[in-house]
Structure formats: C-alpha cells, structure tokens
Design a protein around this ligand. Structure first.
Ligand SMILES: Nc1ncnc2c1ncn2[C@@H]1O[C@H](COP(=O)(O)OP(=O)(O)OP(=O)(O)O)[C@@H](O)[C@H]1O
Ligand SMILES: [Mg+2]
Length: 366
C-alpha cells in the first residue's frame, strides 16, 4: 500500500530543498542543476490536530502520527523525452510514483541558476508538462498500432481500448495531460493499465521568495501559476522551500516564533503535506485509548475488514465488526459515554466503507 508522491520539476528549482523540509532526510541541495541524480525517498509525518483532541478525551500513554512517502526526483529539462539530461531515466523515475508534486520556481535570485536563464513559471510548467506528454505519446504509439489491428479483427476488448487510445492521442499531441479527459470507472481501469505519466494526479508548488511568505497572493508569479493550474483544476500551494527547510530544523517553540515573526498562520509545508496525502487518495482513521492514540493511513474507498488488516492481518481474517465513532461526534459529545448515550457509536459490518476521521475499535476472532 506504500503510495508515494514524487517531487518533479525543472533542475535547480528547489525540489530537494522542499524534500528535506518535508522529510528531514538530508538529501543533497545545491545551487547547480542536476544535483540530484538518483531519487531520494523519505517518510513524512502527517500533521493532524485531531490526535491531540482524541487523546484529551480518551487519554493514552503516547500519540503516534501516521506517515507516508515522498520521492525527490532529478530535474527534467526540455528534450528529456528524447534523452536530454539523462531524461529517459528520470522520466522512468516519475513512472514509479503515484502522484506528482510539481515544483515551479517563483522566486527571483540572480545567484541561483535558472536552466533557461529566465524565471517564467508558465513557460516552465509547459516545458515539464510537454515532456511528460511526449513521453506518454511515445509509450502509447506502439500499443496504438497493435490494438488498432486487433480491434479491426473484431476483438471486443481491443475495440474498447482503441476508442480510449483514440481519445488520448490528440490530447497528448496538444501537450495536454491525460488526466484532463473525463473517463468513466471502467475506462479508468484501462487507462490505469497504460501507466501514463500525465494520468497521475498533480498539484503545483509555487516556490516563492521569503518576502512573500505571509502574503503569497501578492506575488505575481503565484497568480500566473494559479491561472495555469486552474485550467486542469489542480491545486497550488505557495511556500518558500528554503525558509521551510530552515524552519524544519527548529524545535516546536522556535518554529512557532519563526512563523509568527514572518506573519504566517500555518506553515505552507503542513498544507502541502495534507494536500499531497489527499492527492494520493489517502485518508486517516484512528485507534484510541490504552497504550496509544494512533492515526493510521488507508485508501479512500476501502471497506472495514481491509482497513482492519492494516493494523494486523488477524484483524482482517477474523473480522467481526467495527465499533465506530466519527471524530466530529467524539469532539462534539466530549466523552465515549456521551457518544454512546446519544446513539452515535455505530457497529459497522463487512460492507462498511471507512471514512476519514473514524475512530474504530475492531472486534475480531481468530
Ligand atoms: N524559495 C527559495 N528562495 C531562494 N532560494 C531557494 C528557494 N528554494 C530553494 N532555493 C535554493 O535553490 C537552490 C537549488 O535547490 P535544490 O538543490 O533544492 O534544487 P533541485 O530542484 O533539487 O535541483 P536539482 O534538479 O539539481 O536536483 C539551492 O541553492 C536552494 O538553497
Ligand atoms: Mg535536487
């Protein structure tokens, strides 16, 4: 289940700086293009204020946050799909990730090299998206010809796939992502099987200068990135990777002081972590009381027994039911006794689709 969010962008835009801020993993950051060659992989803790509130109501010895994975990938340049700058290898690294966090340079600094010599977010975004689209076009071309032949011979499945390929091809030729096409559920299964780069969900990070941290919307580059991203309904998170990296090395008190001094309410990094988690289709359930109050990650849409299996395979094998209360209800009623009295403790069965924020006690028998 280990899904990973890949950090993608032009060289020297702050990807590794961001990765280090997120994961505290100490990947090499350097003021020159292609500092990163092999992908860096690191885990991030998901900030979640609900844990503290649950622990207040149902005290436990310790609190455990849930985690997920980020991968820092080498910079992609124009021509990467044709092998420029070790392009093919780097594009393959992107193929391995489940969602794309596309970092766009939105700061001016004459001391930091920009590969094209000019900071231009719209142009930069287009360059990356075009390379990914060309790579996808290359990867469907062979399949297109083969499936077309089989479809002609009357094969039903091939016909369905060919219809999909016929819709995909012109979109890619325009340099647009496959995720911009509306597919139904069955079509989506076929699309997934094509392992395309541009069908992966994406969000954009506007890497801004420190001076804009308190008011990113005052930065023209951010406005430009937002306008571009809006065309594909993608989210934009503005943050200063360099400052976030410095903040991440501070302890909690100093961190709060720093953010206050900058006039920032919530660290852009926390926003980004939550947005990436969501982008990956991940959600959180909790277990509470006794030894630990703990957040766990599941994939949205998973049913109770599968979710139980995340804690222990015995829980899934011997699943009986899931005693469930939503965080909203626990927060509102303030105690488990009051939750029960209000009839808000639910006994859910095998078909229950677990919801983000559920606090669950699994009943099982092995
Ligand atoms: N918001 C920012 N403002 C100013 N400088 C920044 C900012 N973010 C990152 N930098 C600087 O930009 C340089 C490049 O950063 P980094 O090594 O993280 O880039 P990268 O995208 O990982 O590059 P590569 O593709 O070469 O691996 C570093 O010197 C870093 O300190
Ligand atoms: Mg790097």
């Amino acid at each position: 289940m280990a899904l990973t969010a890949g950090i993608v962008g032009l060289p020297n835009v702050g990807k590794s700086t961001l990765f280090n801020a997120i994961t505290k993993a100490g990947a090499e950051m350097a003021n020159y293009p292609f500092a990163t060659i092999d992908p860096n992989v690191g885990m991030v803790e998901v900030p979640d204020s609900r844990l503290a509130r649950i622990d207040e109501i149902i005290p436990a010895k310790k609190i455990i946050h849930t985690t997920f994975e980020f991968t820092d990938i080498a910079g992609i340049v124009k021509g990467a799909s044709k092998g420029e700058g070790l392009g093919n290898k780097f594009l393959e690294n992107i193929r391995q990730v489940d969602a794309i966090v596309h970092v766009v340079r939105a700061f001016d600094d004459d001391n930091i090299t920009h590969v094209t010599g000019k900071v231009d977010p719209i142009d930069d975004m287009a360059t990356i998206n075009m390379e990914l689209a060309i790579a996808d076009l290359d990867s469907i071309q062979k399949r297109y010809d083969r499936v077309e032949k089989v479809a002609r011979s009357g094969d039903k499945e091939a016909k369905v796939e060919f219809e999909i390929l016929k819709r995909i091809k012109p979109v890619l030729e325009e340099g647009n992502p496959v995720r911009s096409i509306d597919f139904d559920k069955d079509e989506m299964k076929i699309v997934k099987g094509l392992f395309l780069l541009t069908s992966k969900p994406v969000l954009y990070v506007a890497n801004i200068a420190e001076e804009y941290m308190a008011n990113p919307e005052d930065c023209d580059y951010v406005k430009q990135i937002e306008a571009e991203a809006a065309k594909e309904n993608a989210e934009v998170i503005a943050l200063c990777a360099e400052s976030e990296e410095e903040i991440s090395e501070l302890d909690d008190d100093d961190k709060a002081d720093f953010l206050e001094a900058e006039g920032v309410e919530e660290s852009g990094l926390d926003k980004l972590i939550r947005a990436s988690y969501h982008l990956l289709g991940l959600a959180t359930f909790f277990t509470a009381g006794g030894k630990e109050t703990r957040a766990w990650t599941f994939r949205r849409g998973m049913k109770a027994p599968q979710v139980a299996g995340i804690i222990h395979s015995d829980f899934e094998r011997g699943f009986i039911r899931a005693e469930t209360v939503s965080f909203a209800d626990l927060d509102k009623f303030g105690s488990m006794a009051a939750v029960r009295e209000a009839g808000r403790l639910r006994s859910e069965g095998k078909e229950y689709e677990v919801q983000d924020g559920d606090i669950i006690e699994f009943r099982f028998n092995v």
